[in-house]
Design a protein around this ligand. Structure first.
Ligand SMILES: CSCCC(=O)C(=O)COP(=O)(O)O
Ligand SMILES: [Mg+2]
Length: 227
């Protein structure tokens, strides 16, 4: 019996458009100034050092690190230090009211219903935990953070790797077969399934109908008794 639901964000709880046409452009636009102004802060300098290490450029100066970060944003690289910096940087955008987190209406209704039924709800996204909390705290539907019991990001591992789901199941403290993972990306669902999880693919756009996982177009169509 499903006891906990873990959901992806981009393409699942909210639109791909919001992430790629609002959040990523905001990060690209503000990254250089943000890095230059905050490079001396520990939480930023540590991430910049990790960027240098991952890029195999230990001597890179600030201008080069900024170039690497901008390239990674353009490539949609799920690199943990980039995601950490984006999270810090987006905070200002949310606080200024430059944008609100996009969440589909069916998601809000269904998450509330599941919470009422006693299910434990979690998020697993490549965006940093800080970025996840911001998106749901400043969502178009208001502060949705009380819905979630916990958050997981790439510090638990890559979303396409089986071990990430094993680690998250251990952290949640429930058997894998009692966990349902919701995502739009088949490779992520394949990894969760290989770890013993139940899976369901969100197909928000018809052209995304690929793979062999159970598919729904909306959270409203997810029937937990079918898993
Ligand atoms: C957490 S908000 C920003 C989302 C993001 O940065 C991203 O890369 C989307 O990843 P997801 O795993 O939710 O598809
Ligand atoms: Mg996704």
């Amino acid at each position: 019996m499903i006891q906990a639901i873990v959901t992806d964000i981009e393409g699942t709880t909210g639109s791909i458009h919001f992430v790629h046409q609002v959040l990523f452009p905001y990060a690209s636009q503000h990254m250089a100034d943000f890095v230059r102004q905050n490079a001396h802060q520990k939480q930023v300098s540590e991430q910049l050092d990790t960027v240098r290490m991952l890029a195999d450029c230990p001597q890179a100066d600030l201008a080069q690190v900024i170039e690497i970060l901008l390239t990674w944003i353009a490539e949609d690289r799920k690199a943990t230090p980039l995601k950490a910096l984006q999270g810090i940087l987006w905070e200002q955008g949310y606080q200024n009211g430059d944008f609100k987190g996009h969440v589909y209406a069916d998601v809000v209704t269904q998450l509330e219903a599941w919470q009422q039924q006693g299910l434990a709800l979690y998020v697993y996204s490549s965006g940093s935990i800080h970025a996840q909390k911001l998106l749901f705290a400043y969502s178009e539907a208001g502060d949705l953070t009380p819905l979630f019991r916990g958050y997981f990001d790439t510090t638990s591992g890559n979303k396409r790797e089986v071990q990430s789901y094993q680690k998250i199941a251990q952290s949640i403290g429930l058997p894998a077969q009692d966990l349902l993972f919701l995502s739009d990306v088949v490779e992520e669902l394949d990894a969760a399934q290989a770890a013993g999880w139940k899976t369901c693919q969100l197909v928000r756009e018809p052209e995304m109908r690929t793979g062999t996982h159970p598919q729904v177009a909306s959270f409203a169509h997810i029937q937990l008794q079918d898993f």
